[in-house]
Design a protein around this ligand. Structure first.
Ligand SMILES: Nc1ncnc2c1ncn2[C@@H]1O[C@H](COP(=O)(O)OP(=O)(O)OP(=O)(O)O)[C@@H](O)[C@H]1O
Length: 610
């Protein structure tokens, strides 16, 4: 299906939904129109919970506060300044502005570097509690526990409010659907799946989360503003923890990560609540609570996906996924002129490490590490287990990791820069365990890896994926270019390693950090990776720092070897020098490891000189 056709189809469904909203007041009784107007607005806020929780992986209990920002802005302005067209615009601006301010502060606290997902959830949990207390303590200004009521509002009929609320819900749902299906929307899933990999692909995940949080705050505030205009009453409960949690429950019941599930979850449960809560106040809460627990246990994906699966299974539409369905993305090689990799400024080293130390409390894992590496060099970092090799890789790829010393990439001191900023300086890091996006396809993983260079569209999906020559070479050599539509979790271990290497090369790095890229690979796969690495250094001029335990492999491909032992460099020289070194034999003999110099003579177990 072409992009134009896909978007037309989404708009056609949106028009149908608008038609149903228009018909609503003609087929529903007055009571239902009245209750559903509120439910439609609640559904829009539930949609924001789904965007944050279902797509971005942030469980939030505080979306009620943004709804209250919009509602209270209207209530306060219309109560204390009277209703007029100018004041209506002012109230909307204050509601949206207030929500943005709160979201910016909470977003900064919750999503800034180093904050865990649990920490973010706790902050969103505290938010409605604080907001409710503020409203309670506002005296006559906020109406305290009674809230504000009896203020003037827009002179609209009940039907018009229903249409307004319904149109707003259809508009935000359609927009959200288009965005989550787009290339930019895929970034949300990538962050949820593997935030660490995103950061090491140069993506500022904190910024992305804050931007989505801000957008969700605006939607919540507008919904709250419409609610206040229609209900002409606002109360602290709108900002409360109970409403915030109800939004989460509706989202979970409907099916998080589906957009429509939470919308229908909110509509149905809120509408039924209005009908039954009056008659059976305690029983109704009990029913909803029990249903929530049952759905979480039996259908963790929520009810909507299950409802969709039943007719598809009955009609036999659920077919076995072919091993490699046709690719929807075509690969091409970037012209040399189009590549944007960081240039090495002068003849200086691509990587310079001076006096680097890393301490964990009293444990000195790295001490006084000094070395330089140039473009076109393949430097292997070897040493027994626990020598500090991976820790050194971490220090080079993340400015916050080291305890002392300086690291300069392509002439730029990395200072305390986070991983995504180090990527911008030209660092590419491949992890020890293959680190890809398991639920995304090969092509989608590569698209995410290119997102730093080619800003992804907010509404369309690219059909072409231009990649640097080095990444194309890995894909062609390993055959991954014929499996572009295969989800990453179905790939073999070796293919996942190759995919991660291609993703890192798609960043156009100048300094490539590879942590045991051949671990668990077959001999053929190891030879393939070896040939690729030689090509990357000799032909592409990359500076490669390789951590490797397969010492025969190291001997075959390295231009230089650095031996690390107990956090210190004990030798830095050519392969021949290292092979001939008595010191290296002692290091490996002391560790019980076979050693790089195992063919040069029997090892003698001796203590390392201090
Ligand atoms: N976060 C941490 N907290 C405390 N100690 C740590 C931490 N990370 C690493 N270490 C310690 O630092 C030492 C070096 O670990 P590192 O993983 O860098 O070694 P390595 O040479 O890569 O080992 P291997 O070859 O087994 O991967 C180990 O003793 C490890 O226990």
């Amino acid at each position: 299906m072409t992009e134009a056709r896909r978007l037309s189809l989404i708009l056609a469904v949106a028009l149908l939904a608008l038609g149903a909203i228009f018909a609503g007041p003609y087929v529903l009784d007055t009571y239902s129109v009245n209750v559903l107007t509120r439910s439609l607005l609640y559904a829009a806020v539930a949609l924001t919970v789904d965007l944050l929780w279902g797509y971005l992986g942030i469980l939030t209990f505080g979306q009620s506060v943004f709804f209250a920002c919009g509602a209270y802005a209207a209530g306060l302005v219309f109560t204390h300044m009277d209703f007029s067209e100018g004041n209506a615009v002012l109230a909307l601006a204050l509601g949206v502005g207030g929500a943005l301010l709160v979201a910016a502060i909470v977003g900064w606290l919750a999503f800034w570097h180093g904050a865990s997902a649990l920490y973010a959830s706790v902050i969103t949990l505290v938010l409605p509690i604080v907001a409710t207390q503020l409203l309670y303590s506002g005296g006559t200004f906020t109406g305290s526990s009674s809230g504000l009521s009896g203020f003037m509002s827009f002179d609209l009929s009940m039907e018009a409010w229903f249409w307004l609320a319904g149109s707003f819900l259809v508009a935000v749902t359609t927009l959200a659907y288009i965005v989550v299906q787009s290339d930019a929307g895929r970034l949300l899933v990538a962050v949820r799946e593997n935030e660490q990999r995103c950061k090491y692909l140069g993506l500022d995940t904190s910024r992305l989360k804050i931007l989505v949080y801000l957008a969700c705050a605006v939607i919540g505030a507008i919904a709250g503003y419409i609610y206040a205009g229609y209900a002409m009453v606002v109360a602290p409960e709108l900002a409360g923890f109970v409403f915030g949690t109800e939004l989460v429950i509706w989202t979970a019941l409907g099916g998080r990560g589906t957009l429509l599930g939470p919308v229908f979850g909110a509509l149905i449960v809120d509408y039924e609540s209005a009908q039954l809560a009056g008659d059976y106040p305690f029983v109704w809460q009990l029913i909803i609570g029990t249903l929530f627990v049952l759905v979480i246990i039996a259908f963790p994906r929520g009810l909507l996906p299950v409802l969709f699966d039943i007719p598809r299974k009955a009609l036999g539409l659920v077919r076995k996924r072919p091993a490699a369905p046709p690719a929807s993305v075509t690969l091409s090689t970037l012209d040399a002129a189009e590549t944007q990799g960081e240039e090495v400024g002068d003849d200086g080293p691509a990587l310079a490490v001076h006096g680097v130390a890393r301490r964990f409390g009293s444990l000195n894992v790295l001490e006084a590490i000094d070395f330089e590496a140039r473009a076109g060099e393949l430097v292997s970092l070897v040493g027994p287990n626990g020598a500090g090799k991976t820790t050194l890789m971490r220090c080079i790829a993340d400015g916050a990791e080291r305890s002392a010393g300086t690291i300069v990439i392509n002439g730029h001191d990395i200072g305390r820069k986070p991983p995504e900023a180090c990527v911008a300086l030209g660092v590419g890091r491949k992890f020890q365990m293959a680190n890809v996006f398991e639920t995304l396809t090969v092509a989608q993983c590569l698209q995410i890896a290119r997102a730093r260079h080619a800003r992804p569209s907010l509404w369309r999906r690219a059909r072409e994926l231009p990649l640097p020559e080095a990444a194309m070479h890995v894909l062609a050599t390993t055959g991954l270019d014929r499996q572009l539509s295969t989800p990453a979790h179905l790939l073999s271990h070796g293919m996942k390693q190759a995919l991660e290497l291609s993703m890192v090369l798609a960043l156009e790095p100048r300094v490539l950090l590879l942590d045991e890229p051949t671990a668990g690979l077959t001999k053929t796969e190891r030879m393939q990776i070896g040939a690729i690495l030689i090509d990357l250094t000799k032909k592409q001029g990359l500076c490669v720092l390789l951590v490797e335990h397969d010492l025969d492999f190291v001997r075959e491909i390295s231009s230089r070897v650095i031996v690390l032992h107990q956090g210190r460099i004990v030798l830095d020289g050519s392969v021949e020098e290292v092979v001939a070194s008595e010191l290296v034999k002692q290091v490996y003999a002391g560790s019980g490891h076979a050693g790089i110099a195992h063919e040069s003579g029997p090892s003698t177990a001796q203590e390392m000189p201090a």
